[in-house]
Design a binder for this molecule. Structure first.
Ligand SMILES: O=C([S-])c1cc(C(=O)S)c[n+]([C@@H]2O[C@H](COP(=O)(O)O)[C@@H](O)[C@H]2O)c1
Ligand code: NI
Length: 383
């Protein structure tokens, strides 16, 4: 499995993300060619391999010409992306990142999302950064993306409205809507921008400690400012053996309707849970409640957690790895006078079991008018 780890020791911005991806091997000519699918004029990409604080990396600039300085609302940006000839997956990722910025700006400035106004020359710059990040991400095709704690800097940043506190209001709001942790160390100024944190929170899963994987390559994307420490985003690329580790995820709830509970199990199983079930429990204040247990592969954990947090009334989750012993399974089809039936064969050492698939048995019982028992007895004769 391909892993990317965004190490945000001096924050993250759109330029830094593009620089780090290019430093990892994305061809800037390819990137610019893909970006032209937006059918927008007034920009170009300049990527320079250079040194900062003795470290080699890439500084990527979005150069805007005079006709690139337009004010745009979120609605305009959505139309530009939707009407472009970019692939559907790039469009979807770019829109999801933009949505994070737009929701944050809407909250900060108290305007509807569609009327969010992208700052100053920032509109085109943000489009290129965000769509560029989506292009690089889909070109790299990682299986897992992790992000570290984000060093946001401190002090003040000068904007059209004057001086704003660091992290800037939009940056802080995007972080509030993610589960990433921020901190400030050794940087006087703004090191994490709204675009940077929106990209990372959409693409990555927060990893409070360095994740465990085999590192293979590093890419440094430099920021434009000079701080006392190296101003770069480092992306470490590596691999992790396909984990067979199974996780158990649990939560207890006492304030959900039966309809909601049924729906959650359906969604969990559709989205990759290996198993999902409820156990009745009595909770605090003697309330009858349900204990949800989900089994899933470790790689599916972020999706499963998101479903539980979004679709149930819970405020928290417990999770732990478990070891499973699974019987090896394969299938064969037998023919009976009532029709074909799939037989599941499970084996483990000297243990051998053969079970007719329930859905087939049910179908034959319903089409023939016989009971399940009678159909099962008949199947036994033809196994
Ligand atoms: O100019 C304005 S109004 C402004 C507001 C905000 C808010 O957080 S609200 C932020 N900024 C700054 O603009 C730059 C551009 O950020 P990108 O993410 O587009 O690279 C950054 O310094 C923000 O803090 C401006
Ligand atoms: Ni703003």
């Amino acid at each position: 499995m391909k892993v990317l780890y965004f190490d945000c020791f001096s924050g993250i911005s759109g330029d830094m993300v593009l620089g780090a991806f290019i430093d990892l091997g994305i061809d800037p000519v390819f990137l610019e060619k893909e970006l032209k699918k937006l059918n927008l004029s007034g920009f170009s990409i300049e990527a320079e391999r250079t040194m900062k604080k003795g470290i080699a990396g890439t500084r990527c600039h979005v150069i805007l010409s005079e006709d690139g300085h337009h004010h745009r609302h979120f609605e305009d940006i959505r139309n530009i992306i939707a009407n472009s000839t970019l692939s559907d997956e790039v469009k979807e990722t770019a829109l999801a990142i933009f949505m994070r910025v737009a929701v944050a700006e809407a909250t900060v400035h108290n305007v509807p999302v569609d009327r969010v106004h992208f700052h100053e020359v920032g509109a085109l710059d943000s489009i290129v950064d965000i769509v560029g990040a989506a292009i690089c991400y889909h070109a790299m095709k990682p299986d897992l993306v992790y992000g570290s704690k984000i060093n946001v800097g401190c002090g003040w940043v000068r904007c059209a409205h004057g001086l704003l506190p660091v992290p800037a209001p939009a940056t802080a709001e995007i972080l509030c809507n993610s589960n990433f942790e921020m901190y400030s160390k050794c940087i006087d100024g703004e090191s994490a921008t709204p675009t940077g944190v929106a990209i990372l929170s959409e693409l990555g899963t927060y990893s409070p400690t360095t994740p465990s994987f085999i590192p293979e390559k590093t890419g440094y994307g430099f920021g434009g400012k000079d701080f006392g420490i190296l101003n770069a985003l480092r992306i470490i690329q590596g691999r992790k053996n396909e984990s067979q580790e199974t996780m158990v995820v649990e939560t207890n709830v006492d304030d959900m309707t039966g309809e909601m509970a049924g729906y959650v199990l359906e969604v969990l199983l559709q989205k990759g849970a290996l198993d999902a079930f409820y156990t009745p429990v009595y909770m605090k204040k003697n309330r009858p409640g349900i204990h949800l247990t989900v089994l899933c592969n470790e790689k599916d954990l972020p999706v499963i957690e998101e479903i539980i947090l979004r679709e149930t009334s819970t405020l928290g989750i417990r999770k732990y790895p478990v070891v499973r012993t699974c019987m090896h399974r394969h299938f064969r089809t037998i023919t009976t006078p009532l029709g074909d039936v799939t037989i599941k064969i499970s084996e483990h050492g000297s243990i051998h079991k053969e079970t007719p698939e329930y859905e087939d048995v049910k179908k034959l019982a319903q089409s023939s008018g016989q009971s399940l028992w009678e159909v099962l007895e008949l199947i036994e004769k033809y196994k």
